[in-house]
Write a protein that binds this ligand. Structure first.
Ligand code: ITT
Length: 212
């Protein structure tokens, strides 16, 4: 049994996966985590230029919706993820509305300003980033979750990263996400956790599918 497992781990089958995202920062983060046997395809590579309307009311739902959006034109293995910042004192907001918290047409800084103003004077700063990654394996969809618990700063700190990184400090760190380079963010990251669970699953199931 042990020999068999070892053999599977040594087999390196190159696989191409479509990553369904319009967010170049996510693409950069996932690219930094990619095992050598996987190459990524982008929406541009398959000629998909439409805006995917994220109108579900859960992070899980929006993550699934992105995968379903390409089903008619792409039959291969693909994945998407949806991420939200959930703040305890704001009953989980901005959550599934993280990208558009301050309203349609508003920018990332407007979203941050809204969070900071709602959190003014609030002592409970607990928050978490939640990523739900949906993998379509050619037959079925499987979801993987990654959480990063931490707290909301009173003022922005740091210039790296994107989104809400400058107001979030993960538990166990003295730096905000925006004060970390990518390898440092990956030590704590919700996205890294969801992606690692996916890769573990992929190695256990897909590689053995090919090998048997
Ligand atoms: P997709 O094309 O992948 O959907 P998106 O930018 O619409 O890209 P989401 O809906 O998943 O992505 O993300 C909602 C927002 O949450 C996103 O625009 C960022 O502002 C924020 N966000 C996501 N991941 C983040 C991270 O790792 N750090 C800080 N903010 C993040």
């Amino acid at each position: 049994m042990q020999e068999f497992t070892l053999e599977l781990h040594e087999i390196k089958i190159m696989t191409t996966l479509l990553f369904i995202t319009g967010n170049s920062n996510k693409l950069k983060e996932i690219a930094s985590l990619l095992p050598s046997f996987i190459t990524l395809k982008s929406l541009k590579d398959i000629g998909f230029m439409e805006e995917i309307e994220e109108n579900e009311d859960t992070i899980e739902g929006n993550s699934m919706l992105k995968v379903l959006a390409v089903k008619n034109i792409y039959k291969g293995m693909c994945f998407a993820e949806d991420t939200g910042l959930e703040i305890e004192a704001l009953a989980g907001e901005p959550g599934v509305r993280s990208a558009r918290y301050a309203g349609e047409g508003k920018c990332n800084q407007d979203n941050i300003n809204l969070v900071l103003s709602k959190m003014k004077g609030i002592l409970n700063r607990n928050a978490q980033f939640k990523t739900v990654l949906t993998f379509f394996d050619g037959e079925k969809n499987i979801q993987f979750e990654g959480l990063c618990k931490g707290s909301i700063l009173e003022v922005q700190r740091g210039d790296y990263g994107f989104g809400y990184d400058s107001i979030f400090i993960p538990n166990g760190s003295t730096l905000s996400f925006a004060e970390m380079d990518l390898p440092q963010k990956n030590v704590f990251s919700h996205r890294k956790k969801a992606f690692s669970s996916f890769i573990d699953y992929f190695q256990k199931t897909k590689i053995s599918d090919f090998s048997l």
